[in-house]
Write a new protein. Sequence first.
Length: 530
Amino acid sequence: MFISKLELKNFKRFTDLTIDLSGATPPPRLVLMIGANGSGKSCVFDAFEYRASSPFPGELEPYYFKMPDSHPLVLPTFANQPEISLWEPPINEKLRRAFYGRSATRYTPDLSRTAQARQVNIEKDSDRPRTYIQIDQRFEGDFAALVKLLFSELFSPEFDAEQVKAKYIIPFNESLERIFGTDRATSLSMLEIVPALDGNPGEIKFRKGQSEITYDLLSSGEKEVINILLNFFVRRQHFQDTIYFIDELDVHLNTALQYDLLKEITENWLPANCQLWTASHSLGFIQYAKESAHAVILDFDQFDFDQPQTLTPQPKEVLEIYEVAVPKDIMLKVFEGKQIILCENKNDEYFNLLDLDKKIFVGVQDKRQVHLNIKNNPAYFGLMDRDYLTDNEIQKIRQHFPNLRVLGYYAFENYLYHPANLAERFPAFDVVAYQADIVRQKNEKRDYILTGLELARRSYSVLNDENIARDKDGVETIVAALRSDELEDFYPYFDMKTLFNRYLLGPLKLTTSRLVTTTWFRKAIAQILP
């Protein structure tokens, strides 16, 4: 089940809102809604519940869902699901199962339900909140359902303890390991499930570091993770063609855990034919959604929802998507006195290892995003690959954008694998033979390079978008350089990232972290930067 379009008319704070995901192909597995408090994110979740559970009690609808003197309307369009009727009363069971939500208030400090307590109908989700300002108390029901499943296995004629462990315990602990890591001080694993007996509540025991502790002694963040995982574990079998929506899934979690939990849920716990919607201000969630090819981001900020509005997925490459978590003015204050330098791909991880004075590197997707972000935010600086830009074109870019710098060599990898860099890191390495091999490979691939040279040079957004004239003799300049066997003549235009076979470097067991921490590399990058 995937939503391709959602229309909300006269519903809560929305006069006429359309959320259009139809341009995302394939439909996204994750829809992350970002925006300031009160921007309307949770209202979307009430719309899902309204659509799935109507009719609501008569005393609730008029003041909770309707705008004054108007009838609320919620129209979801499902991708590849034309058989679901949204109009025929009463609401059919398939539509009821089309939505499964959790409210933001779902914290359960301890297990208190005894064996005599009322049992929950998990299949019908009888303990679901009716609105998303209510407390979500499903955890006790989830625990009871898990115990019931374990007892059914225990009394089965085919009972096999190892199979039960592989089915119930190992997947859970593998998930906890991916979220909390393997560090002995912070890792978490489930040890034992104790049913409610003799009028006492049940219990879950865990190993944390060297200690054995019960659920009630876990931190708020750890309980949040256990709460969410157990809910998926026992209920997802009943909601296999469903829109899952969870308000503030990140509550109580630090940035690293936010990222890892959302990744874990989206990639390992969400059923295959389902979509997850969540609302957050979290940096970790935004980062995961930015990196995932199966996620879209909807930004609710700065819209007047008294007027008709259409929301479509936000471009992931612009830094503005982070501003709900870290506003731009705050980020600049945090790094006051430092230059924030945007660079391509994830090379920021390695540039930051250089520990250059008063410089912080932030990675964006590609050189176009470096260019657009520094154009829109003059407080930032940019660093992008050279590719097939001539020296004169680099100077023109510098004149147009003084805060945008271009590498002197083709790409980041040209610095990593430069003979001078390897000579410093590995003094016994045969640099002469290595440099001769670079020349040989360049000559073998020169005709291939020249075939696509003109087309490659047409692709630079910074030249295209800013109407910066290319050198008329630019191709001839690069061709002449590639015909030379002098390293510093051709090396600025030879792609060491994708065209160079590094077979001679195999015995060195190279790592990028070691190659960027040489004196040569540090000086070579530092002299390019402001």
